[in-house]
Design a protein around this ligand. Structure first.
Ligand code: S3P
Length: 441
């Protein structure tokens, strides 16, 4: 299904003020449905992200024979069928725009006694799957992809998986998770080592569902042959959704905004460090825990930002936040350098190219490099900028427009609903100048 095209018209709003809570974490929501489905018993998920990506994952499990009730928005009750209780679906399973959905499911489905096909939308169909296919094949899985290792993925019935000791060439939580999920069905030990630690939600959630798993930053291992037991999952608010407001309130004069109960897993909060190094005024308040994850309120006030050289070691901890960071850099004083971030080229869009083209269209001076960009801070003007159908590029440009000299038309914003349904209303409610223009196609 192709969504009708939706443009945004964005321009100077007021200062950002007030309080808001952004929707639930996308990574945690995907995993809660997956593990709930494979557990014995009924799992409750509170704070589930009602985004298109995570709803696609829930719909896939419904097609695999799992009853999932939605008693109210952001709640799911997953009636688990046990590790071996999934049923084959008669035709392809549609992951939509979700790389997390497809890559994690590739691992999970490699363990099943039946064949499956995974497909995705145009963007997902351009994203590399070789990174999960290689380790899964090494475990004995039979997985086929389209030309060049791209989707669709055909995953054949499990004829006996074997644990591996996998040294991943990329720092990717999706790759790690795919291998660990296949490892649930494998003989012996499955171990993943990463070049840099990535988010550990799969490991934490497996433990919460009662599966013995050993993990430390950069490494995780488990044995096959245990069982998952139903539990309740409380999903924290998504730091990556909060990120747009952290930048918006930092760059719009007079802003003073509180973001409530944001997930603060240290593998996600790299942007906080980067923004603070740029001079942002962000304070962490009411730090606590929710569902085993650190959460906190973030108070952000306007301040003058200056350019920085983002340390490469910070890149994996802010991998989804570069569209927002690029906007902060374009509005800061001086030069910002990003390197070691080639992964940005294989996200929902090529985020280096998409952000460079869009910010250049608004008058920014930004030079692409193979693995990053060099951005000179300055003024932005109104005009037209293309999000390339990438949710995070669209939201980042809406933030940039708040400081542009004229109105900005942002093209192709419908995919914001994949990760942040209701962004427009929430953003307008705290002062962002933003208006939908469409659907038009
Ligand atoms: C995710 C991992 C990251 C991130 C994505 C969500 C996850 O991708 O960019 O938005 O939930 O595991 P990579 O594993 O490709 O880095």
């Amino acid at each position: 299904m192709t969504a009708p095209r939706l443009d945004w018209l964005a321009g100077t709003g007021g200062p950002l003020r007030g309080d808001l809570r952004v929707p639930g974490d996308k990574s945690v929501s995907h995993r809660a449905v997956m593990l709930g489905a494979l557990a014995g018993g009924t799992s409750e998920v509170e704070g589930f992200l009602e985004g298109e990506d995570t709803r696609a994952t829930a719909a896939i499990f419904a097609r695999l024979g799992v009853r999932i009730d939605a008693p109210s928005p952001s709640r799911r009750v997953v009636h688990g069928v046990g590790l071996h209780g999934l049923q084959p679906a008669p035709d392809a399973l549609d992951c939509g725009n979700a790389g997390t959905g497809m890559r994690l499911l590739a691992g999970l489905l490699a363990g099943q006694a039946f064949d499956s096909t995974l497909v995705g939308d145009a963007s997902l169909s351009r994203r590399p799957m070789g990174r999960v296919i290689t380790p899964l094949r090494a475990m004995g899985a039979h997985v086929e992809a389209g030309e060049g290792g791209l989707p669709p993925l055909r995953i054949y019935a499990n004829k006996g998986l074997q644990g591996i000791d996998f040294k991943s060439p990329v720092a990717s939580a999706q790759v790690k998770s795919a291998v660990l999920l296949a490892g649930l069905y494998a003989r012996g030990t499955t171990r993943v080592r990463e070049p840099h630690p990535t988010r550990d939600y799969t490991e934490r959630m497996l433990a919460a569902f009662g599966w013995p798993v050993r993990f430390s930053p950069g490494e995780a291992s488990l044995e096959g042959g245990h069982r998952l037991r139903a539990t309740s999952v409380v999903v924290p608010a998504d730091f990556s959704s909060a990120a747009f407001f952290l930048v918006a309130a930092s760059v719009v004069p007079g802003s003073d905004l509180r973001l409530r109960q944001v997930g603060m897993n240290p593998r996600r909060t790299g942007l906080l460090d980067a923004l603070r190094a740029m001079g942002a005024d962000i304070t962490v308040e009411a730090a606590g825990e929710q569902g085993g994850e650190p959460v906190a309120d973030l108070r952000v006030r306007h301040s003058r930002l200056r350019g920085v050289h983002v340390p490469e070691s910070l890149v994996p901890d802010m991998i989804d936040e570069f569209p927002a960071l690029f906007v902060a850099a374009a509005l800061a004083e001086g030069e910002t350098r990003v390197s070691g971030a080639a992964e940005l080229r294989v996200k929902e869009s090529d985020r280096i190219a998409a952000m460079a083209a869009a910010l250049q269209a608004l008058g920014a001076r930004i030079v692409e490099t193979p693995d990053g960009a060099i951005i000179q801070g300055g003024r932005l003007r109104g005009g037209e900028a293309d999000s390339h159908g990438d949710h995070r590029v669209a939201m980042a440009l809406a933030v940039a427009a708040q400081r542009a000299d004229g109105e900005v038309r942002i093209r192709d914003c419908a995919n914001v609903a994949t990760s942040f349904p209701g962004f427009e209303a929430l953003a307008k409610g705290v002062g962002l100048g933003l208006q939908a223009d469409g659907p038009v196609g």
